[in-house]
Design a protein around this ligand. Structure first.
Ligand code: SF4
Length: 336
């Protein structure tokens, strides 16, 4: 992870224990007070691409929208599916990520009032009247990549251990699993790992740990009894994608115990046209965006034929390794 350029702190949260810990970790960078994080995050005339190399960390309090219904087609849960975002932005830099088209700023915002998140989570669980609830984190960020500052997993694993009928999916491309290994594997916490073929990871997933490091981390988690999910989202069309996805699946399913997997999913590249246009302005020469995309109802994606071909091919490849009940297709219109 590249070094933070500055630490911004909302006045109201400066005394919180988590904030004090982060201040001690950031002794060698400027520490700047602010009243509301929007003063920095929503400034006009910011360039996401330039700022990505000098991003700061903003510690703020969230005031509403702690737990939200999951978008239609997202995840594996039932009608009681929700997501929550303790962070905005991510230290990694995947060229296909919708966050770079959604936000003006590449600064990381960490909402530190975890107690308020917990209160809303508990209320949501209570209102589900005993039905299992599914919660997804890692929607506006990567769930683990910022753990050294956020202590997010450390905090929320303890919460979900007390609520066995609520399921948490932690989605990540991180290989830093030490925070997880300090806990006993917890049945209702699923570690969802996103993978792309090695050539795509190399060219599009900047700053993400290598495939080898992530596979080794996945193996360690499985050996310790953690429930893993594998996510191949978004599928990236490129010449020879069939062979490259075939190789990726063979590598992963040889390295992991398929019987212990929670689920496996495929998802397509889709994002709102406005985000897509913003990203094109940032990366006009990127080969990913030189491909042909089409837009329908405000959503930009590969053509219908290309999507159908990729899904059919990759599903057939997957089913050489996994039983069908393990599989679902993510139908949400974003790529994270
Ligand atoms: S796709 Fe995921 S890992 Fe990559 S930059 Fe976006 S949030 Fe981070």
């Amino acid at each position: 992870m590249s070094k933070l350029s500055a630490l911004y702190i909302e006045d109201a949260c400066r005394k919180m224990p988590l904030v004090q810990k982060i201040i001690r970790q950031c002794a060698d960078i400027p520490i700047i007070s602010c009243e509301r994080y929007g003063e920095i995050f929503n400034l006009k005339a910011q360039n996401f691409r330039l700022q990505k190399n000098h991003a700061g960390l903003i510690l703020a309090q969230k005031h509403q929208g702690f737990v939200l219904p999951a978008p239609p087609g997202y995840g594996f849960g039932n009608q009681h599916s929700y997501y929550f975002s303790h962070m905005l932005n991510c230290p990694y830099d995947c060229r296909y990520c919708f966050l770079q088209g959604m936000y003006r700023s590449a600064h990381h915002v960490l909402f530190v009032n975890y107690d308020d998140f917990e209160r809303e989570l508990a209320l949501t669980i209570q209102n589900s009247a005993g039905q299992p609830c599914y919660f997804y984190s890692g929607y506006d960020c990567d769930s683990l990549a910022f753990e050294q500052y956020s202590r997010f997993a450390e905090h929320f694993i303890l919460f979900f251990q007390q609520h066995p009928h609520a399921y948490l999916e932690l989605r990540t491309k991180s290989a830093r699993i030490r925070p997880l290994l300090q806990f006993e594997a917890t049945k209702n916490i699923i570690i969802a790992l996103s993978f792309s073929p090695e050539n795509i990871a190399r060219t599009l997933e900047h700053r993400v740990p290598s495939l080898l490091r992530r596979i080794t981390a996945a193996q360690k988690l499985q050996q310790r009894g953690w429930s893993l999910a594998l996510r191949f989202e978004p599928l990236i069309f490129h010449e020879g994608y069939q062979e490259n996805y075939a190789r990726l699946f063979t590598t992963l399913f040889n390295a992991l115990d398929v019987r212990m997997l929670h689920s496996v999913s495929l998802g397509l590249f889709r994002m709102p046209q406005s985000y897509f246009k913003n990203i094109l302005k940032l990366y006009p020469d990127d080969p990913l965006y030189a491909q042909h995309f089409s837009t329908q109802n405000g959503i930009t994606s590969y053509s219908e034929n290309q999507e159908a071909e990729m899904i059919k091919t990759c599903e057939a490849l997957l089913f050489q390794h996994i039983p069908r009940p393990l599989y679902y297709r993510c139908k949400m219109d974003l790529s994270l």
